[in-house]
Each structure stands twice: as structure tokens, then as C-alpha cells.
Design a protein around this ligand. Sequence first.
Ligand code: ATP
Length: 199
Amino acid sequence: MHLKSLTLRGFKSFASATTLRFEPGVTAVVGPNGSGKSNVVDAIAWVLGEQGAKALRGGKMQDVIFAGTAGRPPLGRAEVTLTIDNTDSALPIDYTEVSITRRMFREGTSEYEINGEQVRLLDVQELLSDSGIGREMHVIVGQGQLDAVLQARPEDRRGFIEEAAGVLKHRKRKEKALRKLEAMQANLTRVTDLTNELR
Ligand code: ATP
């Protein structure tokens, strides 16, 4: 699985439709200060379902919509499409190429699409949940975050590594199963007590 392309329309400084194509391997985005490099990264986080305006370096969610410049009026909506190569079936969907689109209007409503079909945010989150590229999975390391990782306590750093390796979700599932087991054990003890009382 790798990111194939990203198309931005009316997203932050990208008023006109702009497509970036990524080849397998490392891609570097270079440009002068304020030219929109971080906006590209924000667009990836946003299309994957980011819900926090602060994480997108804005005050409110609508700040992602092109706000206009001296020579160009503001736009009414922002749209980003991320296309992922899925020839290795890393995403649990029967397509070798998967496009995720998010659209937001000035009144604040968001729409999501998977391969052109309208879906809910939950469907996008579920599609990505086992692939390691969903929200809160540290796939995007912001400026300053690297310092936080380097200065983290060993057990927190282990958490980052486990998350990247895909171990964390199994640990969480194990913890949930153990909690259920404990509750069942308590129920069983209670049933045994009652049976003994009735004898
Ligand atoms: P640096 O190298 O300084 O980190 P950068 O290349 O990462 O800069 P960004 O932070 O991605 O730059 O882009 C900032 C630019 O995006 C600013 O010029 C800002 O005015 C513009 N911008 C942000 N949001 C919007 C918006 N909603 N509408 C129009 N322009 C926007």
C-alpha cells in the first residue's frame, strides 16, 4: 500500500485544483516559507477524518476552506481526494486503487466518499482502522513532535513503536477481553453463591 496521489480543491492556500503524485519511496516537498508545504500535510490528515481544528492549525474547521486573497474571492467549499494503491489488499476493500474524498461547505457540513460513493466518516475510519493510517496513529509527525518522541519516557516511546508495528490494537483488544473475562468471573461467582444458597 502506498499513497498514489492527493488532489486539493479550495483547501487552504490551494484555491485551484492541484494534484500531487507520489511514487513509492520517499517524497520531499520543498518550497519557500509560507508556500503551503504544511497545508499539503494538513490535507492528508483532514481527508483521513481529522476532526480537530487545532490539529489543522486553524481556529475552526471552516478555516480549511480557501479564504480568498487580494486577487481572488473566497470559495464556498474545500475538497481533498487521497488515492491509495491497494494492490496488496492492505485495505479491506475489493479495489486495487482506493480514493477517499472529503468535502466541507461553509456552513460546516462534511461529506465523505470512498471510490465516488457517499459514505459516513465511520466507514472511512473503519476502512483505515487496521491499515495503520487512520487518525491518531502517528502517521503524521508534526513540527516539534519529533522532539517529544525523542524526549519521551521509555514506556511512552515503546507505545509509539508498538502502535507503528500494529501491536497496540491487539493489546487494546486483549485488555478489553480480560475486562470481559473478569466481569464473567464475577457473574459466575455470584451464580455459584446463589446455587449454594438454594441447595
Ligand atoms: P513554513 O516553511 O514557514 O512552515 P509552509 O510552506 O509549510 O511554511 P503553510 O503553513 O503550509 O506554509 O502555508 C501557509 C500559507 O497558507 C499562508 O500564506 C496562509 O495565508 C495560507 N493559508 C492558510 N489557510 C488558508 C486559507 N483558508 N485560505 C487561503 N490561504 C490560506
